[in-house]
Design a protein around this ligand. Structure first.
Ligand code: 3PG
Ligand code: MG
Length: 400
């Protein structure tokens, strides 16, 4: 578990408190469609209010690459945050640095909240530019990072700034790291990881790290095809990275050396095209027709995975087992997710999941609420599972 200061270690009453949050939320037609990332920061905001801090929230939105892009303004988040706080006043600043922002901060009463405009409107943010970090530092007395989901970025607001002011982790940052280390740091064993998704190439580091840590590795989604094919199984017109065959074989060999049991589909659902309610059939993995593609794991595979999970104490989940957005190719993901949720409720299994499409798949399966922990992070969750050092976490550790 990481060692860093927390809100409890700082004197915050009346102090200008710069809080890095991740409000990179989905917005459609000016409306927030999923406010989880806002809701999950509320414990920090409430604690800061209780301590009488002047709360200055800093965040990014989208990838404007140093330009002022009006569609990527954080202004629509003001209402969403205010609603989440039960109608509390949230002031907005049209910039994230400068004299005007400073005046707005000085005008805050203790416990009041100011949200700054998108940090990425300035190129200095992503460049982790020292003078931009200085400009941010001028606005505050202390710094809190509550953006675990942006901690894989070494940007001015996640790295440089943490080195200029007294720095601590917010409640969400603490919670994320506690749960992730419970899942992979000191897990109750047997420990299983379920890794799905389209491509092996994007999850290579993840798979390589996991085979040395977990007892069971379930591989699903398109990337399973690459593993099957690397073992000489014909996968028809399925998504398959033929150039990754050697890599896939190396991972399987390493898994064997590490005593990690790898589970690949034994049966699969195939169709001619990926579309809603096309004709499908379920076949043994060894008999995929030439003109068909694998779009989901079969029900026998799902049952095998569930049986294995019953013997496990911890599950880390990243990526769906099939093309869950298109019915009926959500079936394997749904049944395994629901079984994992049931085992969680009966306290037989600790379940931790993260990653954008993973959470969407669990919500779709109606299983998310019964998981032990769902991370707010996408890319950062993946990099954490890969065993990488997250710059945003490292900066807090260095400051401790
Ligand atoms: C995310 O949504 O994963 C984080 O906010 C990071 O965003 P980024 O990938 O644009 O850095
Ligand atoms: Mg991302």
């Amino acid at each position: 578990m990481s060692q860093f200061k927390t809100i409890d270690d700082l004197e915050l009453s009346g102090r200008r408190t710069l809080v890095r949050v991740d409000f990179n939320v989905p917005i459609r037609d000016g409306k927030i469609t999923d406010n989880s990332r806002i809701v999950r920061v509320l414990p920090t905001i409430r604690d800061l209010k209780a301590q009488g801090a002047k709360i200055v929230l800093m965040a990014h939105f989208g990838r404007p690459k140093g330009n002022v892009v009006p569609e990527m303004s954080l202004a629509p988040v003001v209402e969403g945050l205010s609603d989440a706080l039960g109608g509390e006043k949230v002031v907005f600043a049209n910039n994230c640095i400068g004299a005007e922002v400073s005046t707005q901060i000085d005008a805050l009463a203790n416990g009041e909240i100011l949200l700054l405009e998108n940090l990425r409107f300035h190129a200095g943010e992503e460049a982790n530019d020292a003078s931009f970090a200085q400009e941010l530092a001028k606005l505050g007395d202390v710094y809190i990072n509550d953006a675990f989901s942006a901690a894989h970025r070494a940007h001015a607001s996640t790295d440089g700034l943490a080195r200029l002011l007294p720095a601590a982790a917010g409640r969400l940052m603490q919670t994320e790291l506690e749960h992730l280390s419970q899942a992979l740091g000191q897990p109750k064993r047997p420990l299983a990881a379920l890794v799905g998704g389209a491509k092996v190439s994007t999850k290579l580091d993840l798979l390589s790290n996991l085979v040395g840590k977990v007892d069971v590795l379930v591989i699903g989604g398109g990337m399973a095809n690459t593993f099957l094919n690397a073992q000489g199984i014909e996968v028809g017109r399925s998504l398959c990275e033929h150039e990754m065959a050697d890599t896939a074989r190396a991972i399987l060999k390493e898994a064997e050396a590490q005593n990690c049991k790898v589970m690949l589909p034994s049966d699969v659902v195939v169709a001619e095209t990926l579309a809603e309610n096309v004709p499908t059939s379920t076949v043994e993995t060894s008999s995929v027709p030439d003109n068909q593609m694998i779009l989901d794991a079969g029900s026998q595979t799902a049952q095998e995975i569930i049986a294995e999970l019953k013997n496990c104490k911890t599950l880390v989940w990243n990526g769906p087992l099939g093309c869950f957005e298109t019915e009926p190719f959500d079936a394997a993901t749904n049944s395994v997710a629901q079984a994992a949720a049931t085992l969680t409720v009966s306290e037989e299994l600790l379940t931790v999941a993260g990653g954008g499409d993973t959470v969407a798949a669990l919500v779709h399966a109606g299983a998310d609420e019964n998981f032990s922990y769902i991370s707010t992070a996408g890319g950062a969750f993946l990099e954490w599972l890969e065993g990488k050092t997250l710059p945003g976490v490292k900066a807090l550790e260095d400051a401790a």
